[in-house]
Write a protein that binds this ligand. Structure first.
Ligand SMILES: Cc1cc2nc3c(=O)[nH]c(=O)nc-3n(C[C@H](O)[C@H](O)[C@H](O)COP(=O)(O)OP(=O)(O)OC[C@H]3O[C@@H](n4cnc5c(N)ncnc54)[C@H](O)[C@@H]3O)c2cc1C
Length: 177
């Protein structure tokens, strides 16, 4: 689950873990540290030292603790299947870190499937007309995360999907009837 949704209800005053690096992880840690009692951060770039990393200022928050050089290897769950711990490996030893939630801030890669077919920007998002779902190719409409560099939310993707379907229907009506 990503950190900035539904967390208020489930994780307020709880202990959580964020796994990952970069802007995504930092945003999640900042947000969660304002809600949760304790936030453990497991960075994945194990060769990087904290002093080279903007994450160092996050670790100065008193309820954030960075677990460097540790490898997540599994979860433990309670009798209802809910997470109650993260298994970590440190210097070859495995231990269980009790926590209520684990957030994977590992980013995403845009699909390159449409490269060369429709216009895309330098970050791999499909370019669409302002406030519409039209690509540069007539009759091809794009919706959801592949065009949305700002929100990347299910409800936004669903709404854009409906717009794209309506646009496609009108385009077909106009060109093929
Ligand atoms: C960990 C995580 C947690 C999230 N939590 C929330 C949340 O709590 N609330 C919320 O609103 N949003 C959440 N999101 C965001 C939400 O999942 C996305 O915004 C939404 O799924 C985008 O829908 P989409 O249809 O655009 O893309 P997707 O759901 O990614 O669907 C794209 C589909 O295209 C398929 N595909 C890709 N390439 C090809 C290809 N070459 N050929 C054929 N098929 C292909 C993929 O397999 C996939 O099935 C979360 C995302 C992540 C990663």
């Amino acid at each position: 689950m990503c950190a900035q949704r539904a967390t208020v209800f489930f994780y307020k005053h709880e202990t959580v873990v964020v796994i990952g690096d970069g802007e995504e992880a930092y945003k999640d840690i900042l947000y969660l540290s304002s809600l949760c009692t304790k936030v453990y951060w497991v960075p994945l770039k194990r060769t990087q030292t904290l002093s080279d990393d903007p994450g160092v200022s996050i670790c100065q928050k008193e309820n954030v603790e960075c677990l460097e050089q540790q490898v997540p290897i599994g979860f433990s769950t309670d009798s209802e299947g809910l997470i109650n711990g993260l298994q970590l490996q440190k210097a070859g030893e495995t231990y269980l870190l009790p926590c209520k939630g684990v957030f994977l801030a590992i980013g995403h890669t845009n699909s390159q499937a449409f490269k060369g077919f429709v216009e895309m920007d330098e970050q791999g998002y499909i370019s669409i007309a302002d406030k519409a779902v039209c690509t540069n190719v007539p009759g091809v409409f794009a919706a959801g995360d592949c065009v949305d560099r700002r929100y990347r939310q299910a409800v936004v993707a669903a709404s854009m999907g409906a717009q794209a379907a309506l646009e496609a229907k009108s385009w077909l009506r106009e060109h093929h009837e």
